[in-house]
Design a protein around this ligand. Structure first.
Ligand SMILES: [Zn+2]
Length: 218
């Protein structure tokens, strides 16, 4: 079974698994990155399913990530692994060859070397110092002559291709309102300007016409 080969290889590289159930063999690669090999599936001899946390940006998607899923196809046995908690999107990789297994190992290694940033903590001494500044120490500046800056719009980030692909597949490549296949676009259900994000759940396919009429309603 190819999945056993995958399990043996990950164990060789990253040590004994942290969790083994009938359904999964799982490693806590780092505090924020887990790797899960599904052991109850697939039933085919020649490939293995591996679950990894969804990468922070589109550039680092592994070539072998053929399928992307938020929750679909994932069972609760993956949830205790770091980065794969319930409600978080995850990558499902279908590993089918030694080359892809090599790629998977290098991909995990790259994430292992990535240490999360320390949390910012407020420094009480700084606040104390600023409180001691008296009114007379402040330099008076006439700000009325300053040019007005334009209000900054929230930066609209590109929708990751993986997310696009999943939305496209879910909506069947057609407008969810009128089923047109012409001039389709990815529409944010909660608008980007109102805090809506680039998640599969917040995106839908709309044709240009339906998108415009939605815009007029809001
Ligand atoms: Zn439409």
């Amino acid at each position: 079974m190819f999945k056993n080969e995958v399990i043996e290889r990950i164990a060789k590289e990253f040590g004994a698994p942290d969790r083994e159930t009938v359904k999964v063999t799982a490693w806590n690669i780092s505090e924020s990155f887990g790797a899960v090999v599904q052991t109850d599936q697939p039933n085919r001899e020649d490939h293995a399913f591996v679950w990894l946390p969804y990468p922070p940006d589109t550039e680092s998607l592994p070539e072998i990530a053929l399928e992307y899923a938020a929750e679909s196809g994932r069972h609760s046995n993956t949830y205790p692994s770091p980065g794969l908690e319930r409600g978080k999107p995850a990558l499902k990789l279908i590993v089918t060859s030694s080359q892809e297994l090599d790629d998977l190992i290098s991909y995990i290694k790259a994430f292992k070397s990535f240490a999360p940033l320390p949390e910012l903590r407020s420094n009480p001494s700084v606040y104390k110092a600023s409180e001691q500044i008296s009114e007379s120490d402040l330099i008076r500046v006439d700000t009325s002559a300053m040019p007005k800056t334009k209000p900054v719009k929230p930066r609209r980030e590109a929708i990751p291709r993986a997310v696009q692909r999943e939305v496209w597949q879910r909506d069947g490549g057609k407008c969810v309102e009128c089923e047109s296949k012409a001039k389709l676009c990815f529409d944010h259900i909660v608008p980007f300007s109102k805090g809506g994000s680039n998640t599969v759940r917040n995106l839908q396919l709309l044709c240009e016409r339906c998108n415009l009429s939605k815009g007029n309603r809001i």
